[in-house]
Design a protein around this ligand. Structure first.
Ligand SMILES: C[S@@+](CC[C@H](N)C(=O)[O-])C[C@H]1O[C@@H](n2cnc3c(N)ncnc32)[C@H](O)[C@@H]1O
Length: 328
């Protein structure tokens, strides 16, 4: 009788906590499959920090440790398992940018960071992104997101002796408002799916659009700088970066990071702009030029090859869209 009472109390406690803390959802179990011993173990395990398989501290590359505390209400906390650097989740996304970068004041940021990255941290841009902004890329030859998704699926599909990339760990990098992430999520095939972006408002917009469709499973949303990725080396089977490389201020370093977090034979599918896509060729230089960085085919090929990809194929679509299909 006492044991039954004890078990019921633990179950009620776990179930009520799981409503607030996402990672506790695994403990929403039916009481009939839960013995008292299992219930006790589940309760104790809640207080023990667990190390994430993929998420790491962007500074030390040591695993992120997740801890649950019950002071007042249940709260999840995240820190570097070796150095204790703290990271914060706001309930929508986990911010895994290095603290120093995310607090760097406007006047200390390079012109490239301001133009290429900060443009997308503006709430108006996040609002307008799928209300015309992204559709406008068609003028430069972009096929449109549905066609881009078909190309991604074809490239990620099973090849001889290996499973489809889309059944493994997949990262949508610089996910923007989540337009490709929603399509990947709808497939429901990935074992772990992460959507990451540097822009806080883009991540909020991704979340808002996901919650608008009750059939969609929301991916893990991570705030990350592509030049300092908070992911374990060789942790992803496939990475997508749509219309993004021209927005990465530290491009060479970012491409090395993409290659680092991809497993051997993993695949990277990316779209970006060809120089002259909108008529007048523009170029930024290391001191901070005027605009986004558009590419010549050979230039992009060299950049990707020298970042560590063993096979690189660049397709030119229309006047100014480049599709890169790379294998590590
Ligand atoms: C043109 S949008 C592309 C969005 C989406 N992937 C698509 O296919 O339309 C470029 C994205 O790159 C992101 N971005 C810019 N700088 C970044 C950085 N340093 N790290 C990660 N993402 C970055 C922006 O926040 C923005 O969401």
């Amino acid at each position: 009788m006492v044991s039954l009472y004890f078990r019921t109390v633990i179950l009620v406690f776990l179930n009520s906590c799981s409503a607030f803390v996402p990672s506790l959802k695994q403990f929403r179990l039916q009481s009939h499959i839960f013995s008292t011993q299992e219930a006790k173990e589940a309760l104790i395990s809640l207080f023990e920090p667990s190390l994430d398989d993929i998420l790491v501290c962007p500074i030390s590359l040591e695993p992120i440790s997740r801890k649950i505390s019950f002071l007042g209400s249940p709260k999840e906390s995240f820190e570097c398992s070796s150095f204790g650097t703290k990271y914060v989740s706001n309930g929508v996304y986990l911010d895994l940018t290095s603290n120093q970068k995310s607090t760097k004041p406007f006047w200390e940021r390079s012109l490239q960071e301001i133009v290429q990255t900060d443009t997308f941290r503006n709430p108006w841009v996040a609002f307008l992104y799928e209300r015309g902004w992204r559709q406008g890329f068609k003028n430069a030859g972009f096929p449109g997101v549905d066609d881009e998704f078909d190309s991604l699926k074809a490239f990620f599909s099973a090849s001889e002796g290996s499973k489809s990339i889309l059944t493994g760990n997949v990262l949508d990098l610089s996910c923007g408002s989540g337009l490709m992430a929603r399509r990947i999520s709808k497939l429901g095939t990935t074992s772990r799916f992460i959507a990451a972006d540097f822009s806080e408002v883009m991540l909020l917009e991704t979340y808002r659009r996901f919650t608008g469709d009750p059939l969609l499973k929301i991916p893990e949303l991570i705030r990350a700088d592509v030049a300092q990725l908070p992911f374990k080396t060789e942790s992803f089977d496939g990475i997508h970066a749509g219309a993004a490389m021209h927005c990465w201020p530290r491009l060479e370093q970012s491409l090395r990071e993409v290659c680092r977090v991809l497993r051997p034979n993993g695949k990277f599918f990316a779209t970006t702009f060809k120089k002259g896509a909108y008529g007048v060729p523009r170029q930024v230089n290391d001191k901070g030029g005027a605009s986004f960085r558009f590419f010549e085919v050979d230039e992009l090929n060299n950049l990707l090859t020298s970042s560590g990809f063993s096979s690189v194929d660049i397709e030119v679509v229309g006047a100014g869209c480049l599709i890169a299909r790379c294998e590590k």
